[in-house]
Design a protein around this ligand. Structure first.
Ligand code: SAH
Length: 230
């Protein structure tokens, strides 16, 4: 079973949106598991301090290596095979193929940074892989961890119905998805493209492929360059 362990200073943020809809149903049905660890439980002194000022100067605070490592060591069994991801704007970009790879494995441990980030030594010593959800800066890793989990969990077998296997979605074949329509056939004077009403499955497939290519060329030409030929 896919097991997620989250290390955070904001444990109350979980499961949050992951407790609703597809991922929430999956959680309730035992298709995946989530445990949340408060890094502050391993904080130091009466105030359970977790951070300190950046060595060398500069603004903000840095999460201490000893505190984070103690939290990870207490929350993860030795030899736990799951990848350990540190949410970080400096990290490897999170993508659909990365989500697929993670969803096929035993689960993930996710570390959520706060303040200016975490002491570099903890990253190396505990084998954390830095992962970014995009080129912008959030105030904490919690929302990023939820995004990574949401993308993985919906791919776990049994979470989505057969009809929504996800195989035709954006990015799955290196293209953006084709336009979708549903009833009514005409709305505010706009009709559904005739091809989609033709019942000719080969023609529909061709139309969708062409539209996917057109939209990708228009909006994300970078994807076409990266695409593996199929
Ligand atoms: N000073 C850091 C940013 C810290 S933001 C820097 O410049 O790299 C605080 C925390 O939010 C980070 O430790 C990280 O856990 C999380 N975070 C912010 N932006 C993120 C992003 N794009 N992807 C993943 N995590 C992010």
């Amino acid at each position: 079973m896919f097991k997620a362990s989250v290390f955070t200073l904001m444990p109350d943020m979980f499961p949050g949106p992951l407790g609703l809809s597809l991922s929430g149903d999956g959680l309730a049905r035992g298709l995946w598991e989530l445990d949340v660890h408060n890094i502050r439980d391993h904080g130091l002194g009466r105030h359970r301090a977790v951070d300190d000022t950046p060595t060398g100067g500069g603004p903000g605070m840095v999460i201490r290596a000893d505190v984070l490592a103690a939290s990870l060591d207490a929350g993860l069994a030795p030899g736990d095979p799951r990848p350990r991801l540190l949410m970080s704007p400096r990290g490897r970009p999170f993508t659909q193929s990365y989500a697929r790879q993670l969803a096929a494995g035993p689960g993930i441990a996710l570390v959520c940074g706060r303040f200016e980030g975490v002491d570099e030594r903890a990253i190396a010593a505990r084998g954390l892989e830095e992962v970014s959800i995009g080129d912008y800066v959030l105030s904490g890793g919690e929302l990023a961890a939820m995004i990574v989990l949401d993308a993985c969990v919906r791919l776990i077998p049994g979470i989505m119905g057969k009809l929504e296997s996800g195989s035709e979605e954006s990015f799955e074949d290196g293209l953006l998805e084709y336009p979708q329509y549903t009833r009514p056939r005409e709305w505010e004077g706009e009709a559904i493209p005739e091809t989609l009403l033709s019942g000719d499955h080969a023609r529909i497939a061709r139309w969708r492929r062409e539209e996917a290519l057109r939209l990708t060329r228009l909006r994300r030409p970078d994807l076409l360059k990266e695409r593996e030929p199929r």
